[in-house]
Design a protein around this ligand. Structure first.
Ligand SMILES: *Cc1c(COP(=O)(O)O)cnc(C)c1O
Length: 401
């Protein structure tokens, strides 16, 4: 999206503001499906938690995406957005059996990641097929805060517990329709992914009623110009070959599934903020913006490095700024970042704001959550209104004192 469009969005809808480029979501979706075009049955399930706006869901569902949901509320949102229940895979962690049963009744695919739950579910509902989430204990990426495949991770059933899984399946008569892994974000090394896949294939062989193998997600996207990313085309070529051989040996064309969040929506999003003031201290120049970790928490929570541009004044002398928010906590977006000279009133644009940004926002400091805009067919369309004072108090009960 050109700066002019982004500035126009702020003029129309105010700041701070999230703007998503539908063309980028589409091109990422096509890039992924094209990379696996030689797989007979492919299903891309969009991970709702990355960005859960119903219009984004609808846009992806209309392109043919299924849905990866981690809560019953995400399942309901996806159905409201128009997806067929059987194109949803529900991959919860640590939820109640009651919630799993409710989602099973809705008709979504169930993915279980706990031996005790598998046994309990199997004893009660052996007619409902389930998928098993395996933890192959392969470390994804370099950032342990977003890796979920390590040995002491709470996610998945350890590959070392494979005999237990088989025993439970035998005793309960459960039908296993899929095997799944998701080892976390930012996988760069394709061989690491392929090694984890081998572990998944080995366990898949043990079950005779599979419909699909779900390889999860964790593709790395670039965060700044020149940044590295997962080579999807290469992964596509290598995994397709291996998957097709597996299906041949297995004697059935299984569905190959992925469940990307970040890959589909991260780069599509820009977060736009206005600079309230410039504060010069003895050592640092702060650019103070009209936002904080209430709107974008990834830099503070994961140390995520979001590329920042001054789109009001893009080509001036670059200076070093620490970009900070207005929350009464330390809420540093970036330390000593080189940015084109900033004046109060300028609009800063944060890249990669499409995934895990708005969906992690809050009302901390009693601030309103921003509006969201989708740029589609050369038009800016509001897809979430900015909150107002009533939103802050609508569920609060003021008792008589
Ligand atoms: C979060 C999540 C995803 C999406 O991960 P990305 O890194 O955004 O692609 C996929 N599957 C499961 C089970 C998840 O929890």
């Amino acid at each position: 999206m050109k700066n002019e469009i982004l500035l126009d969005a702020v003029r129309q809808y105010g700041s701070p503001l999230y703007v998503y480029n539908s063309n980028k979501i589409k091109s990422q979706f096509i890039k992924l499906t094209e990379s696996f075009k030689n797989v007979k049955k492919l299903q891309i399930n969009y991970a709702v938690k990355a960005s859960s706006n119903i219009s984004i869901l609808k846009y992806l569902i209309n392109m043919g995406a299924g849905i990866d949901a981690v809560s019953i509320q995400e399942v309901k949102l996806a159905i409201k957005a128009g997806v067929e229940p059987n194109k949803i895979i529900y991959t919860p962690n640590g939820v109640s059996l009651d919630e799993i049963e409710k989602v099973a009744k809705i008709g979504a695919k169930i993915n279980i990641d706990n031996l005790a739950v598998l046994e309990e579910f199997g004893n009660k509902h052996k007619k409902i097929p389930v998928c098993i989430r395996i933890n192959p204990h392969i470390m994804a990426g370099g950032n342990s805060k977003i890796s979920v495949g390590h040995i002491d991770s709470k996610f998945g059933i350890s590959i070392h517990q494979a005999p237990h899984i088989e025993r439970i399946v035998e005793n309960t008569g459960l039908i296993i329709n899929g095997v799944h892994m998701h080892t976390g974000s930012d996988i760069l090394d394709i061989d690491v992914f392929l090694n984890a896949s081998e572990i998944l294939f080995r366990i898949a062989e043990k079950f005779k009623n599979l419909d699909f193998i779900d390889f999860g997600s964790g593709f790395k996207v670039p965060y700044k110009p020149g940044d590295s990313e997962t080579n999807i085309e290469e992964l596509g070529r290598k995994l397709t070959k291996r998957f097709n051989t597996f299906c041949e040996n297995y004697g059935k064309d299984l569905t190959l599934m992925f469940e990307p969040g970040k890959f589909l929506v991260s780069e599509a999003g820009k977060f736009l903020c206005k600079v309230n003031s410039i504060k010069q201290t003895t050592s640092t120049v702060f650019a103070q913006i009209d936002s904080g970790f209430n709107h974008l928490i990834r830099p503070m929570m994961y140390g995520a490095n979001h590329f920042i541009e001054n789109i009001s004044n893009p080509n001036d002398i670059e200076r070093y700024y620490s970009v900070v928010g207005y929350i009464c906590e330390t809420d540093t977006f970036a330390n000593n970042r080189k940015i084109s000279s900033i004046s109060p009133g300028d609009i800063l644009s944060f890249s990669n704001a499409g995934a895990y940004c708005f969906s992690m926002s809050s009302n901390y400091n009693s601030r309103y959550r921003p509006a969201e805009v989708l740029y589609i067919e050369n038009e800016l369309k509001i897809i979430r209104k900015r909150e107002v004072f009533e939103d802050l108090i609508k569920n609060q009960v003021e008792i008589n004192l």
